[in-house]
Design a protein around this ligand. Structure first.
Ligand SMILES: Cc1cc2nc3c(=O)[nH]c(=O)nc-3n(C[C@H](O)[C@H](O)[C@H](O)COP(=O)(O)OP(=O)(O)OC[C@H]3O[C@@H](n4cnc5c(N)ncnc54)[C@H](O)[C@@H]3O)c2cc1C
Length: 849
């Protein structure tokens, strides 16, 4: 409401300017000044141009009394601008007092928080914070590609692994992968994708690593979770970056050959999300080690949820290190430290298993009671004592972009691939269910989200291969890609109906659906990541001025600090004004005149991202200026701003992915759906932010600049949804591009291959079926109710030829094979039931077909 009032006032002011103050020249003068702000002229250049414009306007502008007052105001403004150009003066009057107040407001920052903030690099996320992202930076990045060796691995060992995986056997019958699968994983280097070749590893690119995980995830969540962990944050990654040469030479070849199975233990019963508060301790003391007394650590810890722990041979352990007797000569509280503890170390209790939601990858607790180890066991040696947290957050910025996003994307691809085909072969009301509008809308969402997930994981992996360690995008991917995966898993279930629900060897969706909460929870639980991390880290890390201001204010060299602070502060003020103006102009014009580097149907999305970027940057500055450190506590506001940032980031990834794939025209409906969905969401989250902003007046002002013409951006429409759905319910190139790198090989045990086979036959079969309906059922020549009998009657009546009847029978048999679900004798399901106890079949186990 307030936003609307302010918009009306702005329009009234413009009308007044034209009619009372000096006609059209006034508007031209204001437009010229706004244009300068839009173009972000530096202060001195702005002041000079403003002087020239004002002189001209004074000479030729209106001469009425209101015009005189208006011009007087403008001359005062000009004088202030010139004064602001005198740095010693502005430092004394403005910068110093402001800096003093700012220092008081600045929340204290622990070493841990500082390390988390400084970890990784700033990439496209930083551009989105500027309000004027440089597209050349994103578009110039090389498209990610697999090397010949990586491609061979995907087509060879990875394909073979997928063939070997029998997910029902793994998840229901054995509760583990069978020994030959474990041996295959170890011997082919699946656990060594990030280990350098010189140590015997595969040394794959981030992109290849991601594609391998996605492919395995399309077949088995147990296998993909197992493979993800040794290649993510854990001993190999930490040794690679921080290990001593001796540690690398010993462990990395053994890890590469699969002789060592690693796990990484951070989480404790009392410290989950707040992992930095672990109560596990390592006390520096003297003790006996291999018959000698040495200086070492006495460890006491209690960890849970540790993936691979039950079978691990070496445990990466995070604990808090203390040196109460100052045996190392420094602080008594040394801080979080990471060490490698061999499984057979006395005092270690390991081997029991948790049971993570029916996905039986190895996961369990580890306890240690007075475990004594030498200081050499610290990763990187004693000099890295206390550096554990930095090590973890630095490596998380890469690992979090790959493991969970790739697994979630692989699962979503498999779900879209199977659901598209299933929706075509499953008929109800004499129609494939995928042709009903309600189902089409769900299919479109699945496809649009899967495309977004794939774009985000592959373009970001490409950036990592280009040398980035994108910490804020890693949080955005972790949260949004796994949440999209959750939506896709739900949608796939809905479209499959009972077929998705009844578990058994024929069910290809159930375990993917069950594993969703694991992806949501691990590596930074999603609620926390959205509420605290994405924007909280982004605002400080990616903002062009905030980190500079904080560093300058804390600079112990006072004079230098004031100088730096002054530069940052005035840069920041100009930046905010410019973003407000840019936001207003692009809101008024719907960004139609914003320059972007591409032409054609996607250009508008580039323009809208620029518009949202300016609005976002302006809103962020208003929020930080008024709420300061309190914004961290207002988690819902933070989360909404994080959503706006993430939606812009993901939409950029979609556009870049489309460019990387050579702009296939056939995919345009999906690209449009994905961008519309994301940008609509950005708009709605910005609206939610303003609705809940505590200072209602400022919320109204920002709304007037951001939504000057209201919330005009619309979500994807039904017609677009239908076009998208059709791309996966027919065997198109778009369908194959969307689901590239999943296990779709045609073989008897692979539902994804069988569904595609049926889909390829569907078109021809539907034509024959229609003939039976039109020439047989409607004329009364065919009276049977089920298809096999109808085919028989149609053949007898001469409606179908032998070949057509055979083709339709074959198609029907293949479809019914896919549509059937499993049933069991009772003892096959309950672990305590005995075969002879429940010999008679129960109702649920009787075949209905
Ligand atoms: C299957 C599985 C495998 C795992 N593997 C490993 C492993 O190999 N190594 C390891 O060290 N750990 C591992 N973990 C632990 C995992 O990282 C933690 O479960 C996770 O950090 C969350 O901790 P928690 O489960 O104790 O939830 P809690 O910390 O109790 O959080 C509960 C809820 O509160 C939310 N929350 C907490 N604080 C905030 C906040 N400030 N704002 C908003 N929301 C908040 C969380 O997001 C969560 O939704 C694993 C966990 C699982 C389930």
């Amino acid at each position: 409401m307030l936003g609307a009032i302010i918009t009306v006032l702005l329009v009234a002011a413009a009308v007044y300017a034209v009619t009372q103050v000096g006609g059209i020249l006034t508007l031209i003068f204001i437009a010229a000044v706004l244009f300068l702000a839009y173009k972000r002229l530096p202060l001195l250049a702005f002041t000079l141009t403003f002087t020239v414009l004002l002189a001209a306007y004074t000479l030729w502008g209106g001469q009425s009394a209101p015009a005189g007052v208006w011009k007087g105001f403008l001359w005062l403004l000009l004088i202030s601008l010139w004064l602001l150009n005198v740095r010693p003066l502005r430092k004394a009057i403005i910068t110093r007092p402001f800096m003093r107040a700012y220092l008081k407001l600045l929340p204290p920052m622990s070493q841990t928080e500082r390390e988390a903030l400084e970890a990784g690099t700033v990439w496209w996320d930083g551009e989105l914070f500027t309000g004027a992202p440089r597209w050349s930076k994103l578009l110039a990045a090389k498209p990610p590609r697999l090397s010949a060796e990586e491609q061979q691995f995907l087509d060879g060992p990875c394909e073979e692994l997928c063939r070997m995986l029998d997910d029902w056997h793994i998840t229901h019958e054995r509760g583990d992968m069978p020994p030959h699968v474990w041996d295959y994983l170890k011997s082919k280097g699946f656990f060594a994708m990030i280990i350098p070749k010189r140590y015997g590893g595969l040394e794959f690119s981030a992109y290849a690593h991601s594609c391998v995980l996605a492919k395995i995830a399309s077949r088995s969540a147990t296998a993909s979770s197992t493979v993800a962990v040794p290649n993510s944050l854990g001993p190999a990654e930490l040794l690679n970056h921080y290990g001593t040469q001796e540690q690398k030479d010993y462990y990395l070849p053994r890890l590469a050959r699969g002789e060592e199975i690693p796990c990484f233990a951070l989480t404790s019963p009392r410290a989950g999300s707040d992992a930095a508060s672990i109560p596990d301790t390592g006390i520096v003391c003297r003790g006996m080690w291999q018959g000698r007394e040495i200086l070492g650590l006495r460890l006491n810890f209690n960890k849970r949820y540790i993936t691979l722990a039950p079978i691990a041979t070496v445990v990466g352990l995070a604990f808090r290190m203390f040196d109460p007797d100052r045996l190392l000569g420094g602080n008594t509280d040394i801080g979080i430290t990471c060490a490698l503890i061999p499984r057979n170390t006395p005092g270690l209790t390991i081997g029991r298993r948790h049971f993570p939601i029916n996905i039986p990858f190895q996961n369990g607790p580890i306890q240690g009671k007075d475990v004594f180890v030498p200081l050499d066991f610290i990763i990187g040696g004693a000099k890295m004592a206390g550096c554990g947290w930095r090590m973890l957050v630095e490596q998380l910025s890469v690992g979090r972009c790959i493991s969970l996003p790739s697994n979630a994307t692989g699962g979503a691809k498999a779900a879209s691939w199977s659901t598209g085909a299933y929706a075509r072969i499953r008929r109800q009301f004499n129609m494939p269910v995928g042709r009903f509008e309600g189902v089409e809308a769900v299919l479109a969402r699945m496809v649009g989200l899967t495309y977004t997930m794939d774009a985000a994981r592959s373009v970001t992996a490409g950036a990592i291969d280009g040398g980035e360690k994108p910490s804020v995008p890693s949080a955005m991917l972790k949260y949004h890609v796994t949440e999209m995966g959750r939506q896709v898993a739900n949608d796939a279930m809905d479209v499959h109906g009972g077929k998705g629900i009844c578990l058994g060897p024929r069910n290809y969706l159930g375990r993917g659906y069950e594993v969703v909460p694991v992806a949501i929870t691990v590596e930074g639980a999603n609620l926390l990541t959205r509420s605290l991390i994405i924007f909280g880290q982004g605002a400080v890390r990616c903002h062009p001025f905030v980190l500079k201001e904080m560093a300058a204010a804390r600079n112990p060299d006072r004079a230098r600090g004031v100088d730096d602070f002054d530069r940052a502060l005035f840069g920041h003020i100009g930046f905010t004004i410019s973003n407000a103006v840019r936001s207003l102009i692009m809101a008024l014009t719907h960004a139609r005149f914003t320059a972007v580097p591409v032409e054609g149907p996607t250009a508008r999305y580039f323009q809208h991202i620029v518009r949202f970027s300016s609005s976002f940057a302006f809103a962020v500055d208003v929020a930080m200026l008024t709420l300061g450190g309190y914004l961290k506590k207002k988690e819902n506001l933070s989360a909404r701003l994080g959503d706006v940032l993430s939606c812009m980031y993901l939409a950029s990834m979609v556009l870049k992915h489309h460019e990387n794939q050579g702009r296939p025209e056939e995919d345009l409906p999906i690209v449009e759906w994905a961008c519309r969905n994301l940008l609509y969401r950005a708009q709605e989250q910005m609206h939610g932010f303003l609705r809940n902003f505590p200072n209602r007046f400022l919320a109204g002002v920002v709304r007037a600049f951001v939504f000057t013409r209201g919330r005009a951006y619309s979500a994807p429409g039904d017609r677009l949804g239908r076009a998208v759905a059709q791309l996966v319910t027919t065997p198109t190139d778009s369908r194959e591009r969307l689901c590239q790198y999943i296990y779709w090989t045609l073989e008897p045990t692979n539902p994804l291959g069988l569904l595609q086979e049926a889909l390829l036959l569907a078109e021809g079969a539907e034509v024959i079926e229609k003939r039976i309906r039109v020439d047989g059922v409607k004329t009364g020549k065919v009276t049977a109710l089920d298809l096999p009998a109808q085919i028989q009657q149609a053949l007898a009546a001469g409606i179908l030829s032998e070949t057509e009847a055979a083709a339709l029978r074959d198609y029907d048999r293949k479809c019914m094979n896919l549509i059937h679900v499993d049933d069991f004798a009772p003892h096959e399901l309950g672990t305590l039931a005995q075969p002879d106890e429940q010999a008679a079949p129960s109702r649920s186990s009787v075949h209905v077909a």
